[in-house]
Write a new protein. Structure first.
Length: 135
């Protein structure tokens, strides 16, 4: 099950990179936003699946928390988009609020990368890292 968790984490990271690609492509073509929008659902569901897999696999609580953080940050992405649209996409204020969408996406990318890095560590290295951190 640990391998499944790690596989889902790597897939999540790849989906997030694809999100950046389609968001950038969407800047030049409105049709390119559709894959970006659809992958947004995937980037929410993957960390939920990771949490479900993590419990029986006895994944450390911090990794489970990071997966939950990704799901929460993806939810914030939706709120930012709705708020920006409510203010008005064409307005300066709406554009500034929507800029937070990109900043939040960078945080999501960083957290997903951290999950992959920590889930790829051998179990012994994880224990040594935890012991070192507690001193």
């Amino acid at each position: 099950m640990r391998k499944v968790f790690t596989g889902l984490a790597v897939l999540l990271l790849l989906v997030i990179v694809a999100e950046f690609f389609f968001a950038a492509a969407g800047a030049f073509s409105a049709d390119s936003y559709r894959p970006h929008h659809l992958l947004g659902y995937v980037s929410f569901l993957l960390p939920i699946a990771m949490i479900i897999v993590a419990v029986p696999a006895r994944i450390p609580g911090r990794l489970i928390g990071l997966a939950a953080l990704v799901a929460g940050l993806v939810s914030v992405q939706v709120l930012i988009a709705v708020l920006a649209a409510g203010i008005g996409d064409g307005t300066t204020a709406g554009s500034l609020v929507f800029g937070l969408h990109a900043v939040n996406a960078l945080v999501i990318l960083a957290v997903a990368g951290l999950i992959v890095e920590r889930s790829l560590r051998p179990a012994g290295a994880r224990q040594a890292h935890l012991a070192e951190a507690s001193h």
